[in-house]
Design a protein around this ligand. Structure first.
Ligand SMILES: *[C@@H]1O[C@H](CO)[C@@H](O)[C@H](O)[C@H]1NC(C)=O
Ligand SMILES: *[C@@H]1O[C@H](CO)[C@@H](O)[C@H](O)[C@H]1NC(C)=O
Ligand SMILES: *[C@@H]1O[C@H](CO)[C@@H](O)[C@H](O)[C@H]1NC(C)=O
Ligand SMILES: *[C@@H]1O[C@H](CO)[C@@H](O)[C@H](O)[C@H]1NC(C)=O
Length: 256
């Protein structure tokens, strides 16, 4: 009887130790630290892309976008989404470069796994929610768009698409950006339905996602994703729970 019990105990402990040793990824799920969302133009898995164009080139080493997508990201009314930046007259180049960078981050970054959520949209099965954008990247975007015009604060919904690209709907008047986006946070958070949340952290802190970075120094967002993935998985080590449970059960057995 005692021998039988100790065998069970041993099995439990081995099971617990195995669970604790492989805590990170649930079976069947891609690894959250280098992953692409399931959306319109994303690759299935990230990987090297030698020919990424222009502002998307920082993601060459590990990318969710193809070379084609990176080129299209720099065009007005591109094949990607037929989105017209110039819906209230020409957007200034200094403003537009932020929208191009935002498109590159969205299409190319493999480091946004911790912020992926399922959605029920015709053009994608997953989206990003509340990506903590470094405050300077948002501030600069807002400042550089000061002299451009728009007619809406949420650019995901409510456009008139009858002509094949987005036009301002009837009743939505063109105003300077600041009319629809009074603060940097209003711009970065409202425009894409809370894909971003403005972080209180600064570029270089390792605690916020940088839209802009110098690839010569590596991709700073890798570390940020790792940090948030850990934080989101709970303060403790979730994989340790089966182990702790096994210990508790073993203790109960010993006491009984
Ligand atoms: C990207 O691919 C699409 C679809 O195949 C094509 O229409 C478009 O011209 C390509 N763009 C570039 C820049 O090659
Ligand atoms: C998605 O939409 C379909 C059809 O409208 C619905 O049946 C389904 O329950 C929705 N799923 C989620 C997760 O909202
Ligand atoms: C949509 O745009 C077309 C012209 O491009 C216009 O004729 C139509 O009235 C607009 N409809 C709405 C609801 O804004
Ligand atoms: C954000 O950072 C500033 C300056 O570092 C600090 O004064 C402020 O309390 C912080 N706010 C939050 C919400 O953490």
């Amino acid at each position: 009887m005692a021998r039988h019990m100790s065998t069970q105990l041993l099995l439990l402990l081995v099971y617990g130790a195995l669970c604790a040793a492989h805590p990170t990824t649930p079976p069947g799920k891609p690894h959250p630290l280098s992953v692409c969302i399931d959306a319109k133009h994303h690759k299935e898995k990230p990987g090297p892309e030698d020919n990424l164009h222009g502002q998307c080139s920082p993601w060459k080493k590990n990318s969710c976008c193809t070379s084609n997508t990176s080129q299209e990201a720099h065009k007005d009314v591109s094949y990607l989404y037929s989105f017209n930046w110039n819906h209230c007259g020409e957007m200034t180049p200094s403003c537009k470069r932020h929208f191009i960078q935002d498109t590159c981050l969205y299409e190319c970054s493999p480091n946004l796994g911790p912020w992926i959520r399922q959605v029920n949209q015709s053009w994608r099965k997953e989206r990003f929610l509340d990506v903590p954008l470094c405050k300077e990247d948002c501030q600069r975007w807002w400042e550089d768009c000061r002299t451009s015009f728009t007619c809406k604060s949420n650019w995901h919904k409510g456009w008139n698409w009858t002509s094949g690209y987005n036009q301002c709907p009837i009743g939505a008047a063109c105003h300077p950006f600041h009319f629809y986006f009074p603060t940097p946070a209003a711009l970065c958070e409202e425009i894409w339905s809370h894909s971003y949340k403005v972080s209180n952290y600064s570029r270089g802190s390792g605690r916020c996602i940088q839209m802009w970075f110098d690839p010569a120094q590596g991709n700073p967002n890798e570390e940020v994703a790792r940090l948030y993935a850990q934080a989101m998985s709970g303060a403790g080590h979730p994989g340790a729970w089966p182990f702790l449970l096994s210990l508790a059960l073993a203790l109960l057995w010993l006491l009984s």
